[in-house]
Design a protein around this ligand. Sequence first.
Ligand SMILES: C[S@@+](CC[C@H](N)C(=O)[O-])C[C@H]1O[C@@H](n2cnc3c(N)ncnc32)[C@H](O)[C@@H]1O
Length: 280
Amino acid sequence: MTDPQTNEATPAAAAWSPAQYAHFSDFRGRPFRELVARVDAVHPEVVVDLGCGPGELTLTLAQRWPEARVVGVDSSAEMLESARATDAAGRVEWVQASAEGWDPTEVSGSVDVLVTNATLQWVPSHLRLIPSWVSALAPGGTFAMQVPANFDAPSHRLMREVAARHLRADDLAPGLDRAIGTALPETYAALLLEVAAEVDVWQTTYLQVLQPPADGTHPVLDWVKGTGLRPVLGVLTDAAERDAFVTDYAAEIEKAYPRRPFGVLFPFTRTFAVARTTGP
Ligand SMILES: C[S@@+](CC[C@H](N)C(=O)[O-])C[C@H]1O[C@@H](n2cnc3c(N)ncnc32)[C@H](O)[C@@H]1O
């Protein structure tokens, strides 16, 4: 597979699993709700959820704005299949496209609200793309994004360390490097202030208390299997190589995030940005 912008080979990553991703849907849904709570559009005509994933959160946009045309865009066929199954009434238009290749001007009618939640960390060129998306919004339109800011947290640092001492270290590095893909809050603020009239950027650290799943897997390992560990799992298709990685990483995770009677504390920092363009 090649990067649509650079034509360079993109590192392998395991396919998105809607079922695995759903394990912590309450925790993953809260930042989305807090993001869209800061969008004050009243009667948007066109609303886009870029990187819509399994679609439950996109459907909340359709409930909030029942008159709006709502479009969910995602590059994963698996996620879109799950989204279509969730949307029995066919309320949302589900579109398979990569953020890198998606052209907002191809959505008939200008986009009034563009939401992208927990997705741009997978889009290395997003700092280049954001200004063009915001500039293409309808007058008075809103861009709302949220990305993790936890790439220095033990969960990710240990992933890189375990990868660096694995037999396949050279093959694992590109995918993990690609995943270290978010900027400082002030970078997003400066970028958005160039193209929008009002900009609000903030960070929140959620002190999440995770419970282990029924099979006893460490919950932080279970969490990253649904997201950040995919570039590793995509490379390590050989069972023995994969087991060696997971055993080593799981032991490190047990030390870094001890199990306690109440569960496992998993702090998670996220960066939010909401920008509104000049009104009509
Ligand atoms: C962590 S999930 C977030 C899903 C949803 N927005 C949510 O908040 O639950 C990231 C989503 O981004 C999608 N994605 C990753 N890279 C993408 C890209 N380059 N273009 C479009 N979607 C992408 C994945 O398929 C996945 O559904």
